[in-house]
Design a protein around this ligand. Structure first.
Ligand code: CP3
Length: 338
């Protein structure tokens, strides 16, 4: 049943009559029903409460009729689950109590055991029952993006400490990425074993790296994570990764996510024959007038035809101030394109 879904078909290079559509960050502050249910609980509490995970994951599916659900969680959830001091600060992002800078700081990064995230299978079982033939996308943060938060202590503009550590102490870097790969792989395995039918590896900030650094210091670790879940299609995404696309495919992804900076036909050319792409409406344009958005949706879909498959999405997440009716209208438009 799920193998026949538009999402799995496109992801495996056997596209259906139209591209499937979902939105990164489709669950979240753009939805009034999300803001209502989140009142009075912290982001990380919500991410560990099965009833809230289930309800928040379903909200955008009910409202927009998207072709996939994406598990409500966060890339730092597995770190919190093993006891790393992390808080998600509104308007900022993850903030780390004690950033990782030396070898002894690595001690906090023990392996993730399924029991550490027992709330996930519980939520995923409820979700797959509710979702029926709509696939559920699981996800994890890639080792580089997780390392950048752990080393910088929070969001960063230039990733200076991360790059400095990578080059100055490659042994420590590789050990850190090794541990994060093991954690991310275990986090994905729990989700796939519980019923996620597709996974996405978010290496959101990998675009800060040169291709040479990406290949040496990052690719082998992301490859290790992706190879842990061979039984489902794997999407590999980052922002500003135009120069890294072939390497991101080489890491073992079935689908490569593309931001808005390069057109999908150019992305397909860079990725090479048989590649499947995901993207890439500029999220900023969700604030534009409808005729602009409509034109862009048509352009993205036309350019996506150059690839062996295309999953329609934004080039990054839904901004919190998005009018959710615009997202519904985009879904409705794409559904007319059979
Ligand atoms: O896509 C979805 O609907 C699923 C939910 C999802 C969240 N985080 C929920 C969330 C996903 C896929 C993530 C992944 C994530 N988290 C990434 C990779 C994706 C990307 O955007 O590149 C990153 C870098 C993070 C770290 C993180 N967590 C950031 C940067 C923020 C935003 C901080 C802010 O307030 O703007 C978070 C918090 C977060 N994660 C929110 C949600 C819905 C907002 C928290 C809130 O509701 O207050």
């Amino acid at each position: 049943m799920l193998a026949d879904s538009l999402l799995v078909r496109a992801a495996t290079g056997h596209p259906g009559p139209r591209p499937p559509v979902w939105f990164m960050r489709q669950a979240g502050r753009s939805l009034p029903e999300y803001r209502a249910i989140r009142a009075g609980n912290s982001m990380l509490e919500a991410c560990r409460t099965p009833e809230l995970i289930t309800e928040i994951t379903l909200q955008p599916v009910r409202r927009h009729g998207v072709d996939a659900a994406v598990l409500f969680s966060d890339i730092v959830v597995p770190l919190v689950a093993i006891g790393v001091g992390v808080e998600i600060v509104g308007g900022v992002g993850p903030v780390i109590d004690k950033p990782i800078r030396t070898r002894s700081d690595l001690d906090v990064l023990r392996d993730l055991e399924p029991d550490d995230v027992a709330f996930l299978p519980e939520a995923i079982h409820a979700l797959t029952t509710e979702l029926g033939d709509t696939p559920l996308i699981g996800f994890a943060g890639a080792p580089f993006t997780l390392a950048s938060y752990l080393i910088e202590g929070g969001p960063s503009r230039d990733y200076a400490r991360t790059k400095a550590l990578m080059h100055s102490d490659p042994r420590l870097w590789f050990e850190l990425l090794d541990r994060l790969s093991t954690i991310a792989a275990a986090f994905l395995r729990v989700q796939v074993e519980a019923g996620a039918s597709v996974v996405q590896l978010f290496d959101s900030w990998a675009g800060a790296l040169s291709a040479a650094d990406y290949e040496t210091y990052v690719l082998p670790h992301s490859q290790a994570v992706l190879s842990a879940v061979p039984e489902v299609p794997r999407i590999h995404f980052g922002v500003g990764t135009g120069e890294l696309l072939p390497l991101m495919r080489q890491a073992g992804a079935d689908v490569v996510g593309v931001d808005w900076r390069i057109p999908l036909d150019e992305a397909a050319r860079r990725l090479g024959p048989g590649a499947v792409v995901q993207g890439n409406l500029d999220p900023a344009l969700l604030l534009a007038d409808w005729p602009v958005i409509e034109g862009e949706v048509h352009r993205v879909i036309a350019e996506g035809r150059a690839a062996a498959g295309h999953i329609f999405n934004l080039g990054h997440g839904v901004p919190p101030d998005t009018d959710p009716d615009v997202l519904t209208r985009i879904v409705d438009l794409i559904k007319t394109l059979t």
